[in-house]
Design a protein around this ligand. Structure first.
Ligand code: SF4
Length: 258
């Protein structure tokens, strides 16, 4: 009985925090620029060990040069490596992208498949990437458990799990399915802009009253406001009841965090 009531109170608290996050980050979205499922699949492969900002610098030229899966399958390796070099680990990424193109051509008529089972069998696509593709290219609700998501849901004590798949299931049980994709974006936005790994901006955070980890970072407004990041950093301060003038102008650059 005690367990059932603590599960219920955890669910209530999680949903309340999710509503605050919705108000805090109305601009939350997939930060990898893309127009098609193939472009998103390629961009997510490239995003390993680098920032979305860096990937977005590379993809306009890449997508123009390689518009179809067949183009990646038949790519000139040296040319593709040259384009992918700025994203790091470019030899591995070139392999993954070329093999992805080959499998899509051979098995799926050049189209990206629409199920988790099929997606995770594709070269370079893990469960996290598959959920990004499902949620953002196909509108199928998916929870993206990246490093920010893992850190924040544990700070919020939404789950004690450490394994990404178990985290995904635990959060899926707390939050309504139709919210999963947007929740993932909002949590990741909060992780990149407010609740940083080393120094979270606790004193300038909209979740202060509900967060069990309040105090992990500076709680004093002036110190916390300096930690806010992104084009809406001053609006984030206002939302948290903090003077926006305390946010330095330099904070407004896009957060360049992996
Ligand atoms: S109060 Fe601190 S630890 Fe909690 S969500 Fe906000 S920034 Fe993160």
């Amino acid at each position: 009985m005690a367990r059932a009531s603590s599960d219920l109170s955890r669910k209530r608290r999680a949903r309340k925090m999710a509503r605050v996050l919705e108000e805090t980050h109305p601009d939350a979205h997939c930060e990898l620029n893309h127009e098609t499922p193939l472009q998103l699949a390629v961009a997510t492969i490239l995003s390993a060990q680098t920032t979305d900002v860096r990937v977005n610098e590379v993809t306009p030229k890449l997508f123009a040069r390689y518009p179809t899966a067949a183009d990646y399958a038949g790519a000139d390796r040296a040319e593709l490596e040259g384009l992918l070099k700025p994203t790091g680990f470019f030899r591995n990424k070139t392999n993954s992208v070329m093999r992805l193109g080959q499998v899509l051509v051979e098995q799926y008529d050049g189209e990206v498949p629409r199920t988790l089972d099929e997606l995770v069998r594709l070269p370079g696509i893990g469960r996290k990437t598959a959920n990004v593709i499902l949620g953002n290219a196909f509108g199928v609700p998916g929870i993206t458990v990246d490093t920010h998501f893992q850190r924040l849901v544990r700070r919020w004590e939404w789950t004690e799990q450490t394994d990404p798949v178990k985290i995904e299931h635990a959060i899926g049980a707390l939050i309504e399915k139709r919210e999963w994709t947007m929740l993932s974006h909002r949590v990741i936005f909060h992780g990149r802009r407010v609740c940083h790994a080393r120094k979270p901006a606790c004193g300038a955070c909209t979740l202060t009253k509900m967060c069990p980890s309040y105090g992990t970072g500076p709680t004093e407004a002036a110190a916390a406001a300096k930690l806010l990041k992104g084009p809406r950093a001053r609006e984030l301060a206002v939302a948290a009841g903090v003077d926006p003038e305390l946010v330095p102008a330099g904070a407004m650059a896009a957060p360049d965090v992996p």
